[in-house]
Design a binder for this molecule. Sequence first.
Ligand SMILES: NC(=O)c1ccc[n+]([C@@H]2O[C@H](COP(=O)([O-])OP(=O)(O)OC[C@H]3O[C@@H](n4cnc5c(N)ncnc54)[C@H](O)[C@@H]3O)[C@@H](O)[C@H]2O)c1
Length: 452
Amino acid sequence: MSDLYQDFTASAIGRQVSRLLGLPQPTRLERYADGAPLVDGVVAVGGRGRLAESLVGILDSLDIAAVQPAAAAPDDGTTYRGLVFDATGLTSSEQLVALRDFFTPLLRSLERCARVVVLGTPPEQVDGAERVAQRALEGFTRSLGKEIGRGGTVQLVYVADGAEGSVTSTLAFLLSPKSAYVSGQVVRIGAYGVTEPGRVTDWIRPLEGRVAVVTGASRGIGEQIARVLRRDGATVVGIDVPQAASELQAVMRELEGDHLVLDITAKDAPQRIAHHLTTTHGGVDVVVHNAGITRDRRLANMAASEQGDRWEQVIAVNLTAPERITRELLAQGVVNPGGSIVGVASIAGIAGNVGQTNYAASKAGVIGLVDSLAAELTDGITINAVAPGFIITQMTAAVPFATREVGQRLNALAQGGLPVDVAETIAWYANPASTAVNGNVVRVCGQMMLGA
Ligand SMILES: NC(=O)c1ccc[n+]([C@@H]2O[C@H](COP(=O)([O-])OP(=O)(O)OC[C@H]3O[C@@H](n4cnc5c(N)ncnc54)[C@H](O)[C@@H]3O)[C@@H](O)[C@H]2O)c1
């Protein structure tokens, strides 16, 4: 499934025509290649705060070359793949000028698909003028995300006091091509539960020896999640409905994984999944609730019906099943300490969408599940969600051409995302070093212009 418009603008004639007509010119995004260095280039580090001193060392531990350019004279011809600014030391609005002083001289030295990360203190953890200044960072990063261009991305990471040692997995993700389609996001580290990271010995295969279960794994985004978690070392247990059994088996055979054929809405599904994971794998480390369906219809036309109720089906698959399965796995202690539970929400659950009251309710409910469990989980178990925007899959290929074109271009990167972009975000949550990454909902939407 290719992006025909992007192929067109990448050609010589297409480039000229689109420039002449003032049409968007999406940059071909760089994606992570298995075994490649996390960052192919230099990252400039600046700012003053709780993290400034340790940043170069943290990046060094990830084999990322980091420099601290002299504030006044950065124009020595060096180009940068990424910029990281520690803003945790900013305690008043007047001090925000430090952002301008660091970024403005460097922005013209950025390479294609550059990564910008600003580190702050969660505003809710500080008071007065400091709270104001820290909250202001969000407007800065979201705007720079819309300005940066050429496939660049910008994120704000709020690091709680005491969680400074837990930023490594997040920087590894946000500075690398793994976060190609994530931009304008606000991430919180150490907001709930533990602030210490779990141990990772091999950053190339951080999930080695771990077990991951993925629902809806036979195709689309779920299949890609299974592939990326396998690449990172996990043994993957794929789940899908009986109609998709042969595709599921084929994918899982290729990934040397295991499979379970069942409908997640079945009454006994949570118990069967718990039983299988306990008896065959001795527990589970990563639980990804990916299976989801749409049954679109305006609410006025969504009356209860005998043959397949659109409202009930969507809520049952997308929300009630993940909720029941999660609670059963936790109640039986099937999720291992340091484990990770991941929900798949949607931009529709945040911004709303015509014809999707059922779907958007279910996906907003997934965010509710994250909110309700993040604070009560113990043993370093986390719960987070991804909210994909326009992802190019069989599902979106069926959307009429004009709607699809508009849907794909209305984001800061002017293109649709790929299933692998969602999968990489989930692999970051699942990383054992991400135990302080808890209670987040990160949109994988290229910073969509619509909605919240
Ligand atoms: N594609 C997008 O642009 C997009 C955007 C936002 C969110 N999402 C979400 O991402 C997830 C994956 O989407 P996709 O595009 O890959 O969809 P898809 O339809 O290609 O795949 C969904 C998978 O879930 C399985 N499934 C459905 N009902 C099930 C059930 N009751 N029990 C077990 N398995 C079941 C299907 O058989 C299928 O394999 C969904 O939750 C979807 O809502 C997708």
